[in-house]
Ligand binder design. Structure first.
Ligand code: HEC
Ligand code: HEC
Length: 377
């Protein structure tokens, strides 16, 4: 008891003394130099207008990041940046050079070429309905948001090969950008954080929801018998014992959320070990992740060939043949590839035709021609 009292007594004295010492040291620190914020001309206005993103009712609600709500000014700025080669090291390459609208925002060449003529070993990805991508961007899922993702390509040596300092400086010296950033974010002090916020806002508007499939859901059209048969194959588990044909696609490419991807990483049986590219395993080093890649959406495949992370398939028929009878056994193949013992779901030629007819329903020409997504004037 006495000891306790002494302790409390001492603490009461020491704490204020300690605080005093800390505060005096803090006060002695030299004041940080003031940031050189460009002065904003009086005619510039920061008056952001919320962007009303419309999307089909059969899509789930979007959870927008609280620190980056969509605004008209932010989306338009993001669109300009997406199409502007100013972000690349030598001013020759924009995001849009590898993500072309006519190709559902991917690159028709198997491996895109960066500004130094170098190529990676993965196909560029489509940018479709990424407002719903919860995390796991890139083939190996290494980026956790669109903002985080957009930091990558600008400094990637085999892509735009720039530094963020250089990119921000160039934007800062530009005749239009400081004002556009001011109008979108209330500051003309441009940094990587604001650049990726604007680009991510634009990317969230890239919505495809007007395919024949969507119009069927909206009861605007009636599918043909062949399309319906293909749909049933798509959503059915094959069961050899019960004599039921099925293509088993919906597990990883769900139609129910309207996305045709679960945004998860799987090994869909493309290869046997050792894998040329370990996918998620390259990142984690964990052998149980080897060969796993992010499921891509099936929307707009007609515009986005070649297929798979390494562009191995040129046509949808090759893809269907692979799932039908080309699966490779490996230790990490996904348990959802249930027909591995038969090397695939074993579709008849007629069933392949039906499945293809249904997959055709996922193409949406209005997406690749939407003027709101194209290069701004
Ligand atoms: C040189 C070509 C090239 C350029 C330039 C480029 N990308 Fe990509 N992009 C790719 C490739 C290749 C991938 C897949 C890479 C991987 O998974 O490792 C990709 C993946 C992506 C993804 C992931 C999509 C998903 O579903 O996970 C997004 C988003 C993206 N890029 C946006 C951008 C933005 C924004 C820019 C400009 C700042 C940009 N890209 C510039 C080639 C490029
Ligand atoms: C176990 C999950 C799973 C199942 C089941 C599945 N897929 Fe996939 N699919 C994937 C993954 C993962 C990829 C990417 C693989 C890669 O590139 O390494 C993919 C890629 C694709 C691609 C290429 C898309 C592109 O943009 O490159 C198509 C097309 C495709 N699948 C169609 C189908 C069809 C049709 C079925 C049913 C016959 C099916 N998938 C069943 C997981 C699955």
């Amino acid at each position: 008891m006495i000891l306790n009292l002494v302790f409390v007594y001492k603490k009461k004295i020491y704490i204020p003394i300690l605080l005093f010492v800390v505060l005096s040291i803090w006060n002695c620190k030299p004041e940080k130099p003031k940031l050189n914020i460009p002065s904003t001309p009086p005619e510039w206005e920061y008056n952001p207008v919320p962007f009303n993103l419309s999307y089909p009712q059969h899509f789930p609600p979007i959870s927008f990041p609280i620190d980056n709500p969509l605004t008209m000014q932010g989306v338009e700025l993001g669109r300009k940046l997406f199409y502007d080669p100013i972000l690349s090291g030598d001013g020759t390459q924009a995001c849009a050079d590898c993500h072309k609208q006519a190709n559902a925002f991917t690159d028709p060449s198997p491996f895109s070429t960066g500004i130094d003529g170098l190529q990676g070993n993965r196909n560029a990805m489509t940018l479709i309905n990424l407002a719903w991508a919860p995390h796991s961007l890139f083939w190996d899922g290494r980026a956790h948001s669109l903002e985080h993702q957009a930091l990558g390509p600008v400094v990637n040596p085999i892509e735009m090969h720039n530094t963020w300092k250089n990119a921000s400086n160039k934007l800062q010296l530009h005749t239009q950008y400081p004002r556009l950033f001011y109008e979108a974010f209330g500051t003309a002090n441009i940094d990587s954080n604001l650049v990726v916020k604007a680009i991510a806002q634009f990317e969230r508007t890239l919505i495809s929801g007007n395919s024949r499939f969507d119009r069927w859901i909206k009861q605007e059209i009636i599918p043909t018998a062949l399309e319906l048969q293909g749909f049933n194959l798509f959503i059915t588990d094959r069961n050899v014992n019960a004599g039921i044909s099925g293509a088993d696609c919906f597990h990883c490419h769900p139609h129910s959320n309207g996305m045709f991807t679960d945004f998860l990483l799987h090994n869909n049986g493309l290869d046997n070990e050792p894998f040329a590219d370990n996918g998620l395993g390259e990142l984690t080093g964990n052998p149980s992740d080897f060969g796993k890649f992010r499921t891509p959406t099936l929307r707009n495949w007609a515009f986005s060939a070649p297929y798979m992370h390494d562009s191995r398939f040129q046509t949808i028929d090759e893809v269907i043949n692979f799932y039908s009878s080309g699966l490779q056994h490996s230790s990490t193949i996904d348990p959802l590839m249930k027909n591995i013992n038969d090397n695939g779901v074993q579709l008849s030629p007629q069933e392949k035709q039906a499945l293809k007819a249904f997959l055709m329903m996922l193409n949406d020409t209005s997406f690749i021609t939407n003027p709101k997504f194209s290069k701004p004037d």
